[in-house]
Design a protein around this ligand. Structure first.
Ligand SMILES: NC(=O)c1ccc[n+]([C@@H]2O[C@H](COP(=O)([O-])OP(=O)(O)OC[C@H]3O[C@@H](n4cnc5c(N)ncnc54)[C@H](OP(=O)(O)O)[C@@H]3O)[C@@H](O)[C@H]2O)c1
Length: 254
């Protein structure tokens, strides 16, 4: 065990919310924290607080880790689609009686003029594309790309932060490597140039990647929206200032 990791607030990260929270806690000497990343991104932006990378080994592994490191609380700032980690954290914290907060972003909601088809998961998104060949803009994350191989009659442009491997891509798929934020004007130019029939995306929420939805609204492009998996019960906040207050309110009394 690395002693420098003991007694710290554990932030489960991999999101801009986690990075913002880590930066805020870096200047609070009374609130020592540790950022945990899964290790999916090749060059993660690391904050000015200690960090660790890699899984804990399921609920049991995390529960043991929390006990061994005398973790005072867990802030689950994972992506809204990282459901396994969130449920593991909920169970491990309940077992160790450690306070846990979900810090996430508000989901996007359609405006009246939007043309959204809302689906529960990626498989349903593939099915919602239908049998008619379409030109599809995929912003679903690299790990969800293989599912689209089941609909090889469409042509795809997949946007990803890290380069997908060839076997992860459906046929007839070009890759656009780019990192958010994405501005609405650039999204509109891209969609106009590509003449996309449909944008397929996950309801991640947040301003940094909302530009594609605003552009689709203006251009009348159809959106297939994969809705979030169910999150575990418990406190959940969307705002950094409120999270800081929650942390202070839930610190164990010495
Ligand atoms: N899913 C998305 O669309 C998406 C998008 C952007 C960023 N991310 C980020 O990418 C990471 C992986 O996402 P995912 O969807 O693969 O997660 P997941 O399916 O919920 O988790 C799979 C496993 O990865 C490990 N893991 C996940 N997040 C971790 C963290 N912050 N620290 C240490 N281990 C972690 C855990 O392994 P053990 O069981 O061994 O502990 C977990 O059981 C997360 O940090 C998430 O915030 C995900």
């Amino acid at each position: 065990m690395g002693d420098e990791q003991a007694g710290r607030i554990l932030i489960l990260g991999g999101t801009s919310e986690a990075t913002k929270l880590a930066a805020a806690l870096a200047s609070e000497t009374a609130l020592p924290a540790l950022l945990s990343l899964a290790g999916r991104t090749s060059k993660p932006a690391l904050p000015a607080i200690p960090s660790r990378i890699g899984g804990f080994g399921g609920v049991d592994g995390l529960a043991d880790w929390l006990e061994a490191h005398e973790t005072p609380m867990v802030i689950d700032a994972t992506h809204p689609f990282a459901a396994r980690m969130s449920w593991n954290a909920a169970q491990a914290c309940a077992r160790r009686k450690i306070p846990r907060l979900i810090y996430t972003r508000r989901p996007w909601e359609p405006a009246p003029q939007d043309r959204w088809t809302r689906v529960p998961d990626i498989e349903a998104a593939v099915a919602a594309l239908g049998r008619e060949p379409l030109h599809v803009f995929l912003t679903v994350g690299r790990l969800s790309l293989p599912a689209f191989a089941r609909a090889p009659w469409h042509s795809y442009v997949a946007r990803s932060i890290d380069a997908p491997q060839a076997h992860e891509l459906p046929p007839r798929c070009r890759v656009l490597l780019a990192r958010p934020p994405f501005r609405e004007a650039d999204e509109k130019a891209l969609m106009r140039g590509e003449k996309f029939d449909v944008v397929c995306t996950k309801n991640s929420g947040g301003a940094a990647t909302e530009g594609k939805l605003l552009a689709a609204r203006e251009l009348g492009v159809h959106v297939i929206m994969v809705e979030r998996p169910q999150a575990p019960q418990g406190d959940a906040l969307f705002d950094l200032a409120a999270v800081m207050t929650w942390i202070r309110d839930h610190l164990p009394t010495p």
